[in-house]
Design a protein around this ligand. Sequence first.
Ligand code: HEC
Length: 292
Amino acid sequence: MRSKISSFIMIPSFLSVIVFISYIFFKHYDKLSYITNFISIFFFIIIILLLIILEYINNIIFKKKIESLSEEKRRKIIEKNEGNYFYVFYKFFFHKKNNDNEKIKTIDHGFDGIIELDNKLPIWWVHLFYITVIFSVIYLLSYLLLDFSNPYKEYDLSYKKQLYNIKIFEQKKPQASLEKSFFKKRLINEGKILFEENCSTCHQKDGSGNIGPNLTDDYWINVIEKDLYKNIFYLIWNGSEKNPTMRAFGKNGEIKGNDIEKISSYVYFINKEKNKPLKQKNPQGKKIIDWK
Ligand code: HEC
């Protein structure tokens, strides 16, 4: 006779679920400005107010109607509608509707004589199913119409974001330069890895020389700086003016300043070290021992 749960609880509840889900889906979009949010909240409040008024009117009509019924019928209806709204709400979701005295339903397959029980699904399960249906519609629409949940667009977006973040990070991070850089013992190990990656093809893994000269001896083709460490840094940054095979790793952006600092520290270390590689390329350039 009367709807079990008042509409002013049901409708806003569903509305808030929808609003919540759409909020999660659309929150990345700045275009949905505060104004639209404000307007939707405004309408939300108006709708609730209207629903409360409607409920009030409904109640009056309900009371008028049961006045005309017999005593017993009236009592039954009032019993049915008992409990506060939240209890009714709970009953709606978790309890079967008065089917305790219903007969047990069966499906007869006929040909094999097996009779299958046809139990009703629990109400909460059915509601869960409805929610997944609603969810799938929202998801499908957002997949087709928006960037959200489309894996290719998502990938593209986060890729661009990451590149941008790297750019910002690189800009903020001060890089070592020839003037400010100096030998750092703690960078040797990292420098070794970078040296093997970038330099070993021409200078050999241990720096003993191949196409490029031996870096572990005291003979130098290029002497530009007075300081040994700075001379190494200078050559990795600017390359050799005499021989373009030794290219300008720093200048042409191939290796960043901080990494050049690591490599320079490593080269400086293997040049100063007493244990020299057994096999070494013949000396090239002038012998220099009075580095500053
Ligand atoms: C493609 C081959 C090649 C690669 C890769 C290379 N070099 Fe060289 N490098 C050379 C050659 C050739 C020379 C000799 C240049 C000259 O004759 O002026 C040289 C010279 C040098 C010198 C000066 C040596 C001297 O006696 O003047 C240093 C220091 C050096 N390289 C360090 C490095 C480091 C560190 C790397 C890795 C970041 C590297 N090189 C990568 C070929 C290479």
